[in-house]
Each structure stands twice: as structure tokens, then as C-alpha cells.
Ligand binder design. Structure first.
Ligand SMILES: *Cc1c(COP(=O)(O)O)cnc(C)c1O
Length: 536
């Protein structure tokens, strides 16, 4: 480990380390996994705290009439190391034992995962399903992560200088840090002040409803006060208790996950008193996990670059054939799109005007591969998935929906597509690391200027933008602006370049790789975390 760097404990509900290890749902988990791998590669004194999910996140399949069906399966992992450590958290008047497992097999810095599925527990279910169930279960999970996590670090004997919460889920760790100090004789304000010196926080979602809150009563009977009073809890998180607000108040500094997101987050939370500042540290990716090294190596040899890209494209086409039985064409422009199905991400946006898009699909100018899950409790999201499935039936040779999006699909799509499409309603996309994976694989981004893309986009040089940065609270107006722009760029720039100017296309691939492969690599992010959050 590098000397003189502060030691960090990173708390996260999810870790996307590998497709085979079902401890992640989406972008937040992928970020956590890439961060832990970067920490390992660069010998940084970082450990992770998480939960060992019995079933993990949903497997989401599509039934015969196109409806997403959720399915949770028990997992068993033979690569977890038993630390021999157990800690106790008192939840809803019962002592819950949490066994601590260690995981470091995916080239990651060690992650300690707490597990309540033990014979001595009545509450074995707590670490059952990632983002399953409802409020009380979530609080119990967050108590294990936050309170149990700090206790695990103590019992493991790991000294920590900085506690880093990846999203507000972990904020009860701050309540535990405060309680420890109060038990040692400090008053609440002093304990809070001291705790703030050692806590930092990454905020993710710019959607207000996505920022979890709970009633004070419910937190109290779950035992989440952890020795604090009602007044003290309200002082931290308000009433109802908002996890993000509490995290902003218990941390010295927070970061948003892209520069534009920092602006949005500062506006969004400006009314929160005595919160630390929110700075922007743009997310990044772990290149060995996501990027084809051959693409990086051949960036200066256009022929090899194109040849390698075509190999990746054929690999994707074979993968689609195997999964869905559809034969796509390697000579036709291929657009990849994968996002969690949520209305603001507008997954079916490209189908807005079928008079425009229909002929392109039918005349084999364009093929599109979609993937993405809806949150298990989100019926609107599930309807979005169903419309995508419907489009794949309407254009069976040109539109594909790959069910059960995971890291394997993510990797295939961000290597083998020609274009990576992203069209959220600006400015609601926090960062969007899949676009970085694509960019470094020479897959050209075609995206709204949201999340990370404004920091990289040079229109017509390393990719394309949609919508000119237009914003409006009138969604009809915004949609109209963006779809016009999307169709125009697609028809007047992307399609002509692809079919008539391969030289130019490959130059753009080169630019895409060159302008992103350092700036959005996890090393830059880790450096900024250390300089601006942990030591700054
Ligand atoms: C990269 C990745 C994500 C995050 O991508 P976004 O751009 O934030 O949508 C989510 N899920 C999987 C499986 C990924 O590979």
C-alpha cells in the first residue's frame, strides 16, 4: 500500500465486480466495483463495506406477451473468505448477528460483506434481496450496512481515516460514528463536528423521488436512532428523514458524479442548512474490465482499429443470434442502447416518429440492440420495456431487445456497437459510465449533452451531441427539440458518414479513444477523490 495516504472505508449497497457475483443493480454498483478494482491496481489503502446478498438483484426475463417478469434465485459463492468476525446490530427490538465475509477475487481491494442469513438469526431475510421489498426492509438493510459496517471495521481492527458513503444508503454509519463518540463522553454537537471531519459522501440521483426518505416514527421503531434522540435525528435528516440530506450534513464534503451534475445537485440541495459543499468529481471506468486493450493499442493504426472493431461487432452479432435467434448484419450501422427503464431516460425515444425511423429499419440502413431492466416495483418502467419488446416484434430483423441486462451484456454492447445512443431528458442523467466504456472502445457516442458527455463531446469529431444543451421544464417542448435534433444528426451526419466515408468514421473512432481514455479512466477519479475529498 502507498504510504501516507489516508485509509478509506467505502460503504456501498452494491458492488458490480463480475456478472457471476450478483451484488449489483446498476450504475452506482458498477462505479463501486470499478473504484475497488482501481484501488487495488494502484495499491491504495481502501477497503469496501457492503452486504452479502442471498439473492442479489432481480433476474428479469420477458414472457411470451412481452412483459418483464422478475425472478430472484438463491446464490451460493465458494470464493468468499470467512473472516471469523461477527457483529451485532439491534433491529426492531431484536439482536441481529451479522457475519463478515471478505471478497477480493475480482482484482479488487478487499470488500467486507455483512450477512444476516445465519442459523442463530430470526431476521435472516435482511440481506436477502438488493432493492427488494419496501421501507422497513430497506431500513434494516441500511442499519446492517451502516451500523454493522462500522462495527465490523472495529472488530477487524482496521484503522480508518475517511468514511466514504456511496449514496445516502450508508448514512446510518454516521449515526454510529456519532454514537461512539457520545458514548465516550462527547455531547451531540461536538460528536457531529468530529464525525464530519472523517465522512465524505457521493450523491447520485438528480431525481428528487430517487432520494430515499423515511418517517421518523418508522426509523425509531426499527431502532435506527441507535441511541440518538428524536431531535438529534431530525437535526441530521429532517422529518421525514431524508437520507441524502443527512449524508450532506454529516459529511465534510460531498461530490456529484459529473460537472453538470454538481451544478444540478447544488441547486437541488441549496436549501439544506449546514450541509458541506458539493463538488464535481466525474465518474470513470476501470479500463481492464471494460475496454478491449487491442483497441487502445491500435489507436494509431486505422486499419487494425477498424478490423478489431469489426471483430467486436461480429462477436456482438453472434451473441445476439445465440440469445435471441436474430441474425443482424455486420454491414449495417448498429446502434446500442441500454439503460434502466425509467421515463426520463426515454428508452423508446428514437421511435417517436415511425415515418422517420421505420423506413431506416426496413431498408436496412439501421439496426438497434436494446437492453435494460426496470426496477422490480416500477410498473411504468416495465411498460417501457414492453414497448421496446413490441418494437422488436414489429421490426424483427432490425430491432432486438436483450433481456436481463448485466455486466456481460454491458460489455458486449459497449464493444460491438457502432454507435452508443443516450437520450435522457437533460439534466437528469447523473453521469453515465456506459458511454465512457463505448468511447474507449471506439464506439461513437451519440448523446444528449448530459452527465459526463459535455466534458468530452466534440461534435462531429469524437462523437455527436443531441439537442444543443436545450433545457425546459415543459417536457413536450424538450422532447420536440431533442427528437428533431436526433433525427437530423442521424440522417444528415451519422448515416452518410457511416456508409460513404469510412476513413472519416475511423478518424472519429481514433478521436473518441484518444480524448477519453485518460480523462475517464478510474485512476483520474481516484486521484481526484484523494486530492479533493479525502485530503482536501
Ligand atoms: C456500465 C453499466 C451501467 C452504468 O451505465 P449507465 O451509463 O449509467 O447507464 C449499468 N449497468 C451495467 C450492467 C453496466 O455495464
Amino acid at each position: 500500500m502507498q504510504k501516507n495516504l489516508p485509509s478509506v472505508a467505502y460503504f456501498s449497497m452494491e458492488y458490480g465486480l463480475d456478472s457471476s457475483f450478483k451484488t449489483y443493480a446498476g450504475g452506482l454498483g458498477i462505479l463501486a466495483g470499478d473504484y475497488m478494482k482501481g484501488a487495488k491496481d494502484n495499491n491504495m489503502p481502501i477497503v469496501g463495506i457492503g452486504l452479502k446478498w442471498k439473492q442479489g438483484y432481480t433476474d428479469q426475463h420477458i414472457d411470451a406477451d412481452g412483459t418483464p417478469i422478475d425472478c430472484y434465485k438463491n446464490q451460493s459463492y465458494d470464493f468468499l473468505e470467512d473472516t471469523g468476525v461477527k457483529v451485532t446490530v439491534r433491529i426492531r427490538q431484536r439482536n441481529v448477528t451479522c457475519k463478515v465475509w471478505k471478497i477480493d477475487k475480482f482484482g479488487n481491494a478487499p470488500i467486507y460483506m455483512l450477512d444476516t442469513d445465519l442459523p442463530e438469526n430470526e431476521d435472516t431475510w435482511i440481506t436477502g434481496q438488493l432493492y427488494g421489498w419496501f421501507g422497513e426492509e430497506r431500513i434494516a438493510q441500511e442499519m446492517v450496512l451502516g451500523i454493522g459496517g462500522v462495527r465490523a471495521l472495529r472488530k477487524l481492527g482496521i484503522n480508518i481515516d475517511v468514511y466514504h458513503f456511496n449514496e445516502g444508503h450508508a448514512v446510518l454509519a454516521a449515526v454510529e460514528l456519532i454514537r461512539e463518540k457520545m458514548d465516550a463522553g462527547m455531547d451531540f454537537q461536538k460528536a457531529l463536528e468530529e464525525t464530519r471531519k472523517e465522512v465524505v459522501f457521493t450523491t447520485h440521483t438528480p431525481i428528487r423521488e430517487g432520494n430515499e426518505s423515511h418517517t421518523i416514527d418508522r426509523l425509531e421503531y426499527m431502532g435506527a436512532f441507535n441511541g440518538l434522540t428524536t431531535e438529534q435525528m431530525v437535526y441530521l435528516g429532517g422529518a421525514p428523514f431524508n437520507m441524502t440530506v443527512a449524508a450532506l450534513r454529516t459529511s465534510r464534503k460531498s461530490n456529484a458524479v459529473a460537472q453538470l451534475h454538481a451544478e444540478t445537485a447544488n441547486k437541488m440541495w441549496e436549501q439544506v442548512e449546514y450541509a458541506g459543499p458539493i463538488i464535481g468529481i466525474t465518474n470513470a471506468i476501470h479500463k481492464p474490465t471494460w475496454v478491449d486493450q487491442r483497441m487502445l493499442d491500435s489507436v494509431d493504426t486505422p486499419e487494425t482499429l477498424w478490423k478489431t472493431h469489426m471483430e467486436n461487432k461480429r462477436a456482438l452479432i453472434d451473441f445476439v443470434k445465440e440469445r435471441n435467434g436474430v441474425q443482424l448484419d455486420a454491414d449495417v450501422l448498429l446502434i446500442g442502447f441500454s439503460r434502466r427503464a425509467a421515463p426520463y431516460k426515454r428508452s423508446n425515444f428514437i421511435f417517436t416518429d415511425e415515418k422517420v425511423i421505420g423506413p431506416l429499419l426496413e431498408q436496412k440502413k439501421l439496426q438497434i440492440v436494446f437492453s435494460g431492466k426496470a426496477h422490480p416495483l416500477d410498473d411504468t418502467g416495465k411498460r417501457i420495456v414492453s414497448t421496446l419488446v413490441k418494437m422488436s416484434k414489429q421490426y424483427p430483423e432490425a430491432v432486438v431487445f436483450l433481456e436481463n441486462y448485466d455486466m456481460t451484456i454491458g460489455r458486449m454492447l459497449t464493444r460491438g456497437s457502432d454507435i452508443w445512443l443516450n437520450n435522457p431528458r437533460r439534466p437528469l442523467e447523473a453521469s453515465g459510465t456506459s458511454g465512457m466504456k463505448a468511447a474507449m472502445n471506439g464506439v461513437l457516442n451519440f448523446s444528449v449533452l448530459d452527465g459526463w458527455w459535455p466534458e468530452a463531446c466534440q461534435h462531429g469529431i469524437n462523437g455527436w451531441q443531441i439537442g444543443d444543451g436545450f433545457e425546459s421544464s415543459d417536457t413536450a417542448k424538450l422532447d420536440e427539440n431533442d427528437i428533431k435534433s436526433l433525427y437530423k444528426v442521424l440522417q444528415e451526419e451519422i448515416i452518410p458518414t457511416y456508409y460513404t466515408n469510412n476513413k472519416r468514421w475511423v478518424e472519429m473512432m481514433q478521436q473518441s479513444i484518444k480524448t477519453t481514455s485518460e480523462q475517464f479512466a478510474v485512476e483520474r477519479m481516484l486521484k481526484e477523490y484523494y486530492e479533493m475529498l479525502y485530503m482536501g
